[in-house]
Design a protein around this ligand. Structure first.
Ligand code: HEC
Length: 435
C-alpha cells in the first residue's frame, strides 16, 4: 500500500515537471527573436524593456506591469500578441506575428506564475553580446601591406564610382559595399571593382541594380561575404548557383528576384545561413520547406504574413461595409433612391437616406416618419425570412441557417451542400422555387 502511494506521488510530480514551462529554453528565445529589438537595451518603445527581470517586474510599480503573474487574460503583454494581424496595436509591431504555439507557451508561462529565474537575464545578456559581436567582430584573414594597399585603392575606386564603400566599424578591417543607391546604372562590369576587397568584404548590397546571373560568377571570389542583398534584381536560379561556395553567408535577401525552388536547392550547403528573404519570388512553400529541412537554423521569410495582414484588413473593410449597408433602398423622407453614404442606426436597423438634408430633417423629427420606418422594418424582416419552406434541391424541410438571396427573394435550403449546388447552377432548380 505504502509503495503504491509513493509511486502515485512521484508520478504526479513527474507530470507537473513535464508541463512546467522552462523560461530559459522556451520563453526567452521568443522574446529575443521577436521583442527585444524594440524593447531592449537599444530601444525602449512604449518605455518598455523585456530583456531583464527588473524591467518587466519593476519594484513598487505592480500596477504598470504588462505581465501579471497568474493572470494571462489581464496581461497587456498577452493581449498585444493575440490581437489580429490587422490591428494597429498588435505586437510585434513589425515583422512576422507570433505563431499559435508561441502564444500558447507565453500564456502557460504567465498562468503558471511568470517565473523569471535569476539566470534568465543571462540569456539576454549573452544574446545581446552575440548580436553585438556578429555585428562588429569578424574573423578575417591577416593582411600584408600589399593587400592593405589594394584594399585602400579599391575603396577609393568604388567611392569614385558612386558606391557607398566603408569599414563596418572603426575597429575592424571588414568592409561594407552598397551599390543599391545607383540602381540600374550598376551592372556586371562594376563587380570587378570588388576583386581586391575579397579578404575583407563582408557585406554587399546589390539590390535593384542591373546585375545578371552571369555577373554573379564574380561573387565566387568573395569568400568572406556574410550579408548579400539581391532584392529587386533579375537574378534567377542560374545566378544563385554561383553563391554555393559562400560558406560564411549568414543573410541573403532575394525579395522580388526571379529565384525559384531550383535556386533554393543550390543553397542547401550554406550551413552559416540564418535568414533568407524570398517574398514575391517564384519560390513555393514546398521549395522553402525542402531547404528548411536541410538547414535547421535557417529562418525563411516568404512574406506570407504580409499577404495575411492585407487579407485581414480587406476582410475587415468588407465586413464594415456590409454592416453599414442600409436595409432600405428608398429614402423615407424624399422617396428617392438611397445613397449609402447617408445612413444612421435607428431603432435597430441601418436606415439610409438620399442625401444629408433628408437625414437632417429625419433627425429633427423622427416621430414624423414612424409609419415609414415601421414599413421599412417589416420589409427588412420579410427579406430576411426565407420565401420557401421546402429545400428546392433535396425536397426536405429547410434550415433557416442556410439561405441565399436570389431574384429579390431569400431562398432557404436544408443544408450547406444543397445551397452550394444551387449557387453553382440556379437555373436547374428554377421550377422548384416559390413563385
Ligand atoms: C518593431 C518594433 C516592435 C517590436 C518588434 C515589438 N514591439 Fe511592442 N511596442 C512597440 C511600440 C512602438 C510600442 C508603443 C506603441 C504602442 O503602445 O502600441 C510598443 C508597445 C508595447 C506594449 C505596451 C506597453 C505599455 O506600457 O502598455 C507591449 C505590452 C508590447 N509592446 C509588447 C511587445 C511584445 C511582447 C513584443 C514581442 C512579441 C513586442 N512588443 C515587439 C514596438 C515594437
Amino acid at each position: 500500500m505504502r509503495s503504491l502511494i509513493v509511486v502515485a506521488g512521484s508520478f504526479s510530480m513527474l507530470l507537473a515537471q513535464e508541463t512546467k514551462i522552462d523560461f530559459v529554453k522556451q520563453i526567452a528565445p521568443i522574446l529575443i527573436q521577436h521583442c527585444v529589438e524594440c524593447h531592449g537595451a537599444k530601444e525602449q518603445e512604449g518605455e518598455l524593456r523585456l530583456d531583464r527581470r527588473e524591467f518587466v517586474f519593476v519594484d513598487g510599480k505592480q500596477d504598470e506591469w504588462v505581465v501579471l503573474p497568474g493572470k494571462p487574460d489581464d496581461s497587456e503583454f498577452l493581449r498585444r500578441v493575440q490581437l489580429p494581424a490587422s490591428d494597429d496595436d498588435v505586437m510585434p509591431a513589425e515583422g512576422e506575428p507570433l505563431r499559435k504555439e508561441q502564444i500558447d507557451l507565453l500564456r502557460q508561462w504567465i498562468a503558471a506564475g511568470a517565473d523569471w529565474p535569476a539566470d534568465g537575464d543571462q540569456v539576454f545578456i549573452a544574446a545581446e553580446a552575440a548580436i553585438e559581436k556578429s555585428r562588429i567582430k569578424f574573423e578575417l584573414p591577416a593582411l600584408d601591406d600589399a593587400a592593405k594597399a589594394k584594399v585602400e585603392a579599391a575603396l577609393t575606386a568604388l567611392k569614385t564610382r558612386g558606391a557607398v564603400a566603408q569599414r563596418v566599424a572603426a575597429d575592424t578591417d571588414a568592409v561594407d559595399v552598397n551599390f543599391s543607391l545607383l540602381r540600374e546604372q550598376v551592372g556586371d562590369q562594376d563587380l570587378a571593382l570588388l576583386a581586391d576587397l575579397a579578404p575583407v568584404l563582408v557585406w554587399l548590397n546589390l539590390s535593384r541594380t542591373a546585375v545578371t546571373d552571369a555577373g554573379l560568377e564574380r561573387l565566387t571570389g568573395l569568400p568572406e561575404l556574410r550579408r548579400l542583398h539581391l532584392a529587386g534584381t533579375a537574378i534567377g536560379d542560374a545566378g544563385v548557383r554561383h553563391l554555393r561556395g559562400l560558406g560564411k553567408l549568414e543573410y541573403l535577401n532575394l525579395y522580388g528576384s526571379k529565384v525559384g525552388d531550383a535556386g533554393l536547392e543550390a543553397l542547401g550547403g550554406l550551413s552559416a545561413l540564418r535568414k533568407l528573404y524570398v517574398w514575391e519570388t517564384p519560390v513555393t512553400e514546398a521549395g522553402a520547406k525542402a531547404l528548411g529541412s536541410k538547414l535547421a537554423a535557417l529562418v525563411i521569410d516568404r512574406g506570407e504574413y504580409v499577404t495575411a495582414r492585407l487579407q485581414a484588413a480587406e476582410q475587415e473593410i468588407a465586413d464594415r461595409q456590409a454592416r453599414n449597408k442600409p436595409v432600405n433602398t428608398v429614402c423615407p423622407v424624399s422617396d428617392k433612391p438611397v445613397d449609402p453614404a447617408h445612413a444612421i442606426d435607428h431603432d435597430g436597423i441601418r436606415l439610409g437616406f438620399c442625401c444629408g438634408k433628408c437625414l437632417a430633417s429625419f433627425q429633427k423629427d423622427p416621430a414624423a416618419y414612424a409609419a415609414k420606418v415601421a414599413e421599412i422594418k417589416a420589409a427588412a424582416a420579410a427579406a430576411q425570412k426565407p420565401a420557401n419552406e421546402i429545400c428546392p434541391v433535396s425536397g426536405k424541410p429547410v434550415d433557416p441557417a442556410h439561405t441565399v438571396e436570389h431574384a429579390g427573394k431569400r431562398i432557404a435550403f436544408c443544408c450547406g451542400n444543397c445551397l452550394a449546388k444551387f449557387v453553382a447552377d440556379p437555373a436547374a432548380y428554377a421550377d422548384k422555387l416559390p413563385k
